[in-house]
Design a protein around this ligand. Structure first.
Ligand SMILES: [Zn+2]
Ligand SMILES: [Zn+2]
Length: 390
C-alpha cells in the first residue's frame, strides 16, 4: 500500500502555518487516541500515521525535504521499518492532554514503563479508572487554574493492609495449584482442543484467602473520599481530558491503582463565545457613536480594559479585531487567538421628549440619504458574517 501524502493525512494546505499544522494534528490525535478507541486497529494506525505526518511537517528541515522529494526525502530519517514511536519527538508537548501516550509507548516498546515493575497479580487486580467532569469558566481557561475536587474512590483497607485477609494468611489455590490458570479440554469436530483460561476459583491470583477481613470482606479496599488537585493548563477546551495516573481506584488486594480521567467542560460566558482560540463578542453602540465616531471599552478575560476606536459612519455588523487578546494555545502560550468584536447599532426606545425633538430635527435630513436597499451592502455584510460564524 502506498503511503498517503502527509498534508492529506493532517487535512491541511501545503502553505499551512505551524499553528494550523499543530491544531490539525491535535484534533486527529484526540479523535484516534487509543483510549477513545480501545481495540480498534484502524484507529491505532491512523493515530500513528498522524504522528508521523506531524513529526515531519512540524520540523522545517524535514518539511523542506518532504516538499521537495516527497516520502523519499524523509524516509531515511526513520528506521528500516519506517516511522516508529521512538521517532516521535513531541511527546512532551502533548503529554498533559494525552497522558495516555506514556502507556502507548510502554506497550509499543514492550513494557518498560512504570507498570512493568508490578507483579502479574497486581496487574490482574488493577483498580478501575474513574471519570470526572470539570466545568471551567472562560476566565479559568484563559489563565489556567488549579482546582481541588472531592471525589470518592476505593482506597486500601487499613485493617488488613489491603491483603483482604483477616489473619494475613493465604493458601495456595488447589484448583490451579497456584498457577492462576487452568487448562480446559474441549471436544470439537477437529478433535480435542486445549485452551488456557483464568482459574475461576482464585480469579487468577493463585492464592485463596481463607478468613476474609471483616472490614473489606476480602476486597482489600474500602470507600473513601479524598481531595485531588487538578492542574489545568491554559487554553484547554471542551471535550479534552487530563489523565491523572494512579489517582483512580486502588486495585483489589494491593493491585495497581487506576487513573482519573478529568473531562473538561466549558461554562457559558456572559460576554464571549469561544471559537477555537478566538473570543467573539457583540458590542452595542449608540446611533451618535455610529454616525460621528467614538470609542468603546472592551474588557478582556485578563480584566484589561481596551479602547477600540469606532470610525464615523460605522454600520451594524462591522467587525473589529483585538489581535492576540484571545485564548492561548494549550502548552504553547506564545500563540494566542484574537478577540473579535461585532458592533450593533442600538435603536433607542423610551426616549425623552427632548430627545424626540432632536430626532424630529434629524428626520428632516433623512431625504438626503439614500436608504433604498443595496445589494452590495448585504453581500459585504454576508461575507463578513460568514468569515466569523462558519
Ligand atoms: Zn486458582
Ligand atoms: Zn480489609
Amino acid at each position: 500500500m502506498s503511503k498517503r501524502d502527509y498534508y492529506e493525512v493532517l487535512g491541511v494546505e501545503k502553505n499551512a502555518d505551524e499553528s494550523t499544522i499543530k491544531n490539525a494534528y491535535r484534533k486527529l490525535a484526540m479523535k484516534y487516541h487509543p483510549d477513545k478507541n480501545p481495540d480498534n486497529k484502524d484507529a491505532e494506525e491512523k493515530f500513528k500515521e498522524a504522528a508521523e505526518a506531524y513529526e515531519v511537517l512540524s520540523d522545517s528541515d524535514k518539511k523542506a525535504k518532504y516538499d521537495q522529494f516527497g516520502h523519499a526525502g524523509v524516509d531515511g530519517q526513520f528506521g528500516s521499518g519506517g516511522f516508529n514511536w521512538s521517532d516521535f519527538t513531541h511527546t512532551a508537548d502533548f503529554s498533559d492532554i494525552f497522558g495516555g501516550f506514556e502507556s502507548i509507548f510502554g506497550s509499543f516498546f514492550g513494557g518498560g514503563g512504570g507498570r512493568s515493575s508490578h507483579s502479574r497479580t497486581e496487574q490482574l487486580n488493577k483498580g478501575e479508572d474513574l471519570r470526572i467532569e470539570l466545568s471551567l469558566t472562560l476566565k479559568e481557561i484563559f489563565s489556567g487554574v488549579t482546582k481541588t475536587v472531592k471525589i470518592s474512590t476505593k482506597d486500601t483497607c487499613e485493617k488488613c493492609k489491603g491483603s483482604g485477609s483477616k489473619d494475613g494468611k493465604t493458601a495456595t489455590c488447589t484448583q490451579c495449584n497456584g498457577q492462576g490458570q487452568i487448562r480446559q479440554v474441549r471436544q470439537s469436530f477437529f478433535g480435542n482442543m486445549q485452551t488456557i483460561v483464568t482459574c475461576p476459583s482464585c480469579n487468577g491470583e493463585g492464592k485463596i484467602i481463607e478468613k476474609k477481613c471483616d472490614e473489606c470482606h476480602g476486597d482489600g479496599r474500602i470507600n473513601k473520599t479524598k481531595d485531588i488537585k487538578i492542574k489545568v493548563p491554559a487554553g484547554i477546551a471542551e471535550g479534552q481530558y487530563i489523565r491523572m495516573r494512579g489517582e483512580g481506584n486502588k486495585g483489589r488486594r494491593n493491585g495497581v491503582s487506576g487513573d482519573i480521567l478529568v473531562m473538561i467542560r466549558e461554562k457559558d460566558d456572559d460576554t464571549f463565545i469561544r471559537d477555537g482560540n478566538n473570543l467573539i463578542s457583540e458590542h452595542p453602540i449608540s446611533f451618535s457613536t455610529a454616525a460621528l465616531g467614538g470609542e468603546i471599552l472592551v474588557t478582556t478575560l485578563a480584566d484589561e480594559k481596551l479602547k477600540v476606536k469606532i470610525p464615523k459612519g460605522t454600520q451594524t455588523g462591522k467587525i473589529f479585531k483585538l489581535r492576540g487578546k484571545g485564548l492561548p494555545e494549550v502548552n504553547n502560550e506564545r500563540y494566542r487567538g484574537d478577540i473579535i468584536i461585532r458592533v450593533t447599532v442600538v435603536t433607542p426606545t423610551n426616549i425623552s421628549s427632548e430627545e424626540a425633538k432632536l430626532y424630529e430635527k434629524l428626520k428632516e435630513f433623512d431625504t438626503k440619504h439614500d436608504l433604498s436597499p443595496k445589494k452590495s451592502f448585504w453581500e459585504k455584510l454576508g461575507t463578513r458574517l460568514n468569515d466569523f460564524f462558519l
